[in-house]
Design a protein around this ligand. Structure first.
Ligand code: FES
Ligand SMILES: [Fe+2]
Length: 388
């Protein structure tokens, strides 16, 4: 569907998204299909907010690194010799080539094009053939560092030097979720999928249970689960469920469960919190473990879906951990696979020129809340403010 940018960037085009849940419409279809709208999301939202991009315990030793490509930005995360994690733009300071690939351990990063080498602290260490170049100072050509802060062992990058500190951005999330002890959890598994869907479809799906009886008809069971949405302060949303046992196993595998996280208190002890850390990460915390789904947008209709699984240290230390954790991985591969599939099917339908905004069930309040949060950034504070 092609739509004029003056319509796309007019806040009035989104008035019906902001109505009460009973009256609201979904986001206009162009939000899921348009390259122009996607570029506005990147510029006005992703480049300004705190983006959750993995866990520090994925790279425990000096020289351990992993790379991501997030909204077009290639990034290296590396544990330095100083023991701290650093994030760098993964682009050579000579002629821009992407330097590191995948993940691993190294003493330095060497550009594959002409061999410029960078230390774990980002400093340029070697630049062969540059000795006759005038006024060339190695100190001016280190890797470009990116702003990085951590909460609960999660790494957050912000591309905007003027952005508020992470703790302000997260509001009361750290206090509300403190008893999970995220900083002491161990990342035991992570994997990813390339899905032909807009990133918003995947997180909208994660934040409503309306689809569960259809999409997860043979995998997830909602009987004896009560759920409600909890008001939050800061840039996060919470769908809370009350139930017995864990939500991280298929019903047929329930007898393979691990003991509960020993520190849980209050609401955390009573069920599961499906949190969206805005703009796009689903952080699911249940009684015995935590899993998260990071969405890395690659374009308007293409998303890398990254799943991470975390357990308490004492659970990981059990002799039967490796055997029993497979039942958890099985559940996540099954449910995330089903969500990937329906998101791609939804995207296929949204590409029709005949699609119009839809209406919401009262069973999907956070779909409305997320839409409102996104257009605040992309349109009201972003594109529309720029046009004024
Ligand atoms: S582009 Fe990296 S060394 Fe030339
Ligand atoms: Fe789902």
């Amino acid at each position: 569907m092609s739509v004029a940018t003056d319509v796309m960037f007019d806040p009035a085009s989104y008035d019906k998204v902001r109505l009460s849940l009973e009256e609201a419409e979904t986001l206009p279809p162009w939000c899921y299909t348009s390259e122009v709208y996607y570029r506005a999301e990147v510029e006005h939202m992703f480049m300004k907010v705190w983006n959750l991009l993995g866990r520090a315990d994925r790279i425990p030793n000096p020289g351990d690194f992993y790379t991501v490509k997030y909204v077009g930005v290639p990034i290296i995360f590396v544990r330095g010799n100083d023991g701290a994690v650093h994030a760098y733009s993964n682009s050579c300071r000579h002629r821009g080539t992407r330097i590191a690939v995948g993940e691993g351990n190294c003493k330095s990063f060497v550009c594959p094009y002409h061999g410029w080498a960078y230390g774990l602290d980002g400093a340029l260490l070697a630049a062969p053939g540059m000795d006759k170049t005038a006024n060339f100072d190695f100190a001016d050509y280190g890797l470009v560092p990116l702003r990085l802060e951590t909460w609960g062992g999660f790494l957050f990058v912000n591309f905007d030097d003027d952005a508020e500190p992470l703790s302000d951005y997260l509001g009361n999330l750290p206090v509300e979720m403190a008893s999970y002890g995220y900083e002491d959890l161990v990342l035991t598994g992570h994997w990813s999928y390339d899905v032909a869907c807009n990133w918003k479809l995947h997180i909208e799906n994660a934040m409503e249970d309306y689809h569960v009886p259809w999409v997860h008809a043979t995998s997830l069971d909602l009987k004896d689960v009560q759920f409600w949405n909890v008001p939050t302060e800061g840039n996060w949303f919470d769908m809370r469920e009350c139930h017995d046992g864990t939500r991280a196993l298929l019903e047929e595998d329930a007898h393979h469960g691990f003991p509960r996280i020993s520190t849980l208190k209050g609401h955390a002890a009573e069920g599961t919190n499906f949190v969206c850390v805005a703009p796009s990460t689903c952080l699911a915390s249940t009684t015995d473990c935590v899993w998260y789904i990071e969405l890395h947008p690659q374009g308007p209709g293409s998303t890398k879906v990254n799943v991470g699984a975390c357990f308490p240290k004492e659970t990981v230390a059990r002799p039967d951990f490796d055997e029993r954790v497979q039942y958890y991985y099985k559940r996540w591969r099954r449910s995330v696979g089903e969500d990937n599939n329906i998101s791609a099917v939804q995207q296929e339908g949204l590409f029709s020129p005949f699609v119009t905004p839809g209406r919401l069930s009262t069973l999907e309040p956070l779909v409305r809340s997320l839409g409102e949060w996104w257009i605040d950034w992309v349109i009201d504070r972003g594109a529309a403010a720029e046009i004024k």
